[in-house]
Design a protein around this ligand. Structure first.
Ligand code: BGC
Length: 410
């Protein structure tokens, strides 16, 4: 049985500026990647030089069969010093957006994908209340300049991930290395370790409130510049499951890590759902994957069923339209990537058949790229990149997904 997707369904791949552009030297991450005690496996460097290679890259994505492309605009490039908005950078992103339109790729733009300008961190970063207004000012400026070329705007990528880093993933065994890193990193920005708050480090309740306020103010600034532009944020939504007896614990974590954020999207035009795997909870907290289950390069489970579960949960909690803004797998075995996408998309179909308002699907990622602290080792791309030559090689999963997109049918 094949299923025909709605005629305006968005099919795309996603990237983030810092992970693909290269030489994002005015960003906070660039600084901390270079420190002697860095917690990054390697620096981002040239990344995959998407900053210069976007014309061929965008043409290739269109050729594969997609009708959309999700990428992020880099705040640290647009506003490298506070209050100075670089016209050349704006023009760069204008050319990128125009290239998308020339190839019939509808551009979905993220205004913040983890990295921030250096100066913001020196001013207290994502736990300083004034950051919300500064972020909104940048979003307003970009929308005034480029809004007419943007189809969908995501304010903040994974607004809940700092809380996840703090509450779920902090590793007590790495505390020593973390302390040395924090000492060097905070000194590099002239702040105390307690006030060191790049986005991913802003996992306190205060950080959460600043991030949600930044989303609200940014959405208003974007709407003020172009009222018709659909605006939302994206959330990292893993399928949080309870083993028998773990229900109350799961619910407690899910409240902190998902529900509070889902509730904050109710006035938005859509929610971006980003799902990779599941997390199982017992009475004491999160459980490690069971013996013998298939793991991805990230150490978490191969669990494409997660997407259907998170879409259903998000729909029930928010009532707003949903776009799958990221879904994918880090694996060296592209046949497993294909299997993952097929199962995940079957979940999307089940949701659509049940009447859920799901408007698009974006594979993470278009390219093998800079996977943050883990460097270039995990490979999420449907297109491989030789970083010596910057040559792109299309993987079979890219062809398969592109054909599904073209046919608009699974
Ligand atoms: C992020 C991406 C990241 C991906 C895979 C998401 O949390 O938005 O930047 O590369 O997951 O780990």
């Amino acid at each position: 049985m094949s299923y025909q997707f709605p005629s305006d369904f968005l099919w795309g791949t996603a990237t983030a500026a810092h992970q693909v552009e290269g030489n994002n030297i005015n960003s906070d991450f660039w600084v901390v990647e270079q420190l002697p005690a860095t917690i990054f496996a390697e620096p981002s460097g040239d990344a995959i030089d998407h900053y210069h290679r976007y014309p061929a890259d965008i043409a290739q994505l269109a050729e594969l069969g997609f009708n959309s492309y999700r990428f992020s605009i880099e705040w640290a490039r647009v506003e490298p010093e506070e209050g100075y908005f670089s016209p050349a950078t704006i023009n760069h992103y204008r050319r990128m957006l125009e290239a998308c339109h020339a190839h019939n790729l509808r551009p979905v733009v993220t205004f913040h994908h983890f990295t921030s300008p250096r100066w913001l961190i020196s001013q207290g970063g994502w736990t300083a209340p004034a950051t919300a207004e500064k972020f909104a000012r940048y979003c307003g400026h970009v929308t005034q300049e480029l809004g007419a070329l943007i189809e969908v705007a995501c304010t903040i990528n994974e607004a809940n991930i700092p809380r996840m880093v703090r509450i779920l993933w902090s590793d007590p065994q790495a505390a020593g290395q973390q302390a040395a890193f924090l000492h060097q990193a905070s000194a590099a920005f002239g702040v105390t370790p307690e006030n060191f708050a790049p986005f991913l480090f802003a996992g306190s309740e205060q950080g959460r409130d600043v991030i949600l306020d930044a989303h609200r103010q940014a959405a208003a600034a974007i709407k003020a510049a172009r009222a018709a532009l659909p605006v939302g944020m994206t959330l990292a939504l893993s399928d949080m499951q309870a083993v028998p007896g773990g229900e109350a614990t799961r619910d407690r974590y899910r409240h902190e890590l998902q529900d509070i954020f889902l509730a904050a999207t109710r006035n938005d035009d859509f929610l971006g759902v980003q799902t990779y795997s599941r997390e199982r909870f017992g009475p004491e907290g999160v459980l490690v994957p069971e013996e013998g289950v298939e793991l991805t390069q990230m150490g978490y489970e191969f669990w494409p069923q997660a997407l259907e579960a998170t879409l259903r949960y998000a729909a029930q909690q928010t009532g707003v339209p949903l776009i799958v803004t990221e879904n994918g797998i880090g694996t060296a075995d592209d046949t497993r990537r294909g299997a993952y996408y097929r199962r995940a998309l079957e979940g999307v179909v089940n949701c659509l058949q049940d009447g859920l308002d799901v408007r698009g699907y974006y594979a993470w990622s278009a390219y093998d790229n800079f996977e943050w602290m883990l460097g270039y080792r995990p490979t999420f791309g449907i297109i491989a990149v030789d970083r010596e030559t910057q040559q792109r090689t299309v993987k079979p999963s890219a062809r398969w997904l592109g054909e599904i997109a073209q046919a608009n049918e699974l």
